[in-house]
Design a protein around this ligand. Sequence first.
Ligand SMILES: [Zn+2]
Length: 208
Amino acid sequence: MPRKIDFCSKWLLKFDNTDRVCSRWLTKGKTSNSFRCIVCNTDDLSCGNGGWYDLKKHFDLPKHIQCMKDVFGSIPLVVSPHPSASLSSNTNDDSVCTTASSTSVNQTRISFVNIYNDQRSLTRVVKVTRAECMWAMATSQLGFSYNSSQFLPEVFRFMFPGSQIATDYSLRSRKMSYVISHGTVYYLTNELIKDVRKAYGFTLFLMR
Ligand SMILES: [Zn+2]
């Protein structure tokens, strides 16, 4: 019997049919010869017989192409180590949105998120991204379901017919799930690991 092909980590850096790296949607599965698509939210899919061609078969599926459009849409999702650095050269003006509860003179406080006053002129893409980030934070903070965002782009377009931000807003349930599960949660988990590593000792509670 021929040997099954193992998942190869180099595939993460190969380009898919969008001419971008596969790591945007691809992760290794639980077994050595499987993979998962985090955009389609699949269970383990086999790459044991065709290797890279099994992946290619997946990313050429109409369903995957549609899911990629839902998540990455017209607005690029960019991971930046310094949120304000890529937006402006003015480093004194911090525009980071946080869920912290402190208040200061320069910020307007609303119930779930602090929005720092920002004097810079932002591009349309950045304004849309900020709007989507705020709704993603509100959704996790208030415990809304991902599905509650499914028709918000249409609702916003009707509510604010003259708004360019509402026109470009595209945060539906699939994109929301991707951003929170693989962005926010990934970041917070790493922060927790960093804290635990720095601690002299810690207690672990397992909840079932
Ligand atoms: Zn997929």
